[in-house]
Write a protein that binds this ligand. Structure first.
Ligand code: PGA
Length: 255
């Protein structure tokens, strides 16, 4: 089975409301013109999600993801945003376990597994991020680290649920650093992750699950990365804030 490609833009904590409006308008113009065949997802900060979902349902040019959700259903968790709330405004997916959440907010695999469960409960596709830090790669521990993240974050799911998960491999040393994994390094880890999924869930699930690459993926290197057999698209940070670059990446995922 040939997997379609997916390109997701992680805006992180950038842009004010007016800038977000402009970026969405520019994306709409370019996506309408170029009509890339890949699946396009934008993940703006919480305050702009409803604007994005309104635009998404009107123009059907992209889907909308959140960058995080709460590990609890509802209640006295000041400052948190639940999966149910996201669902109620038409959000389709949610980044879970981004390395910045793991690092700055102390999110561990058990917390992330709870978030994954709640997202799935409300039919939100988790984009579950894994990846090693530089010292782990240098010590050749990256496969162990990634295995643990995947097993503890996802492998409690049954087949019906794992089918609805996207995995993103984001080597932490490549995020926002301009230092991309080589296509061969990305392919090696993506094939490893697909192998883990195969061991646990079998061939069918392994061959249909999407594994995105993230970490300094841009309009210049996307083609080569996306040409790897186990790279099913990208999770794009910095380059998702420029409409031309992001749409160029979407076009490269559509070849
Ligand atoms: P970057 O970020 O493309 O700016 O490296 C990717 C990510 O963190 O999702």
């Amino acid at each position: 089975m040939k997997r379609n490609k997916i390109v997701a833009g992680n805006w992180k904590m950038n842009l004010d409301f007016e800038e977000a409006q402009t970026l969405i308008e520019d994306l709409e113009t370019l996506l309408d013109e170029k009509q890339p065949s890949c699946e396009v997802i934008i993940c703006p900060p919480f305050p702009y999600l409803e604007l994005a979902t309104d635009e998404a349902s009107e123009h059907e040019l992209f889907e909308v993801g959140a960058q995080n959700c709460a590990a609890w259903e509802s209640g006295a968790y000041t400052g948190e945003v639940s999966a149910k709330m996201l669902d109620s405004i038409g959000v389709n997916c949610c980044i879970i376990g981004h390395s910045e959440r793991r690092k700055y907010f102390g999110e561990d695999n058990a917390t992330l597994a709870a978030k994954v469960n709640l997202a799935l409960k409300y039919e939100i596709v988790p984009i579950f991020c894994v990846g090693e830090v530089l010292e782990e790669r240098e010590a050749n521990k990256h496969f162990d680290v990634i295995r643990k993240q995947v097993e503890e974050g996802l492998f409690h799911l049954d087949i019906a649920d794992i089918e609805n998960v996207i995995i993103a491999y984001e080597p932490v040393w490549a995020i926002g650093t301009g230092k991309t994994a080589t296509p061969a390094q990305a392919q090696e880890v993506h094939a490893f992750i697909r192998g883990l999924v195969k061991e646990k869930y079998g061939d069918d699930i392994a061959s249909q699950i999407h594994i995105l690459y993230g970490g300094s993926c841009n309009a210049k290197n996307a083609s080569e990365l996306f040409a790897q057999p186990d790279v099913d698209g990208g999770l794009i940070g910095g380059a998702s804030l420029k409409a031309e670059d992001f749409v160029s990446i979407c076009e490269q995922a559509s070849k």
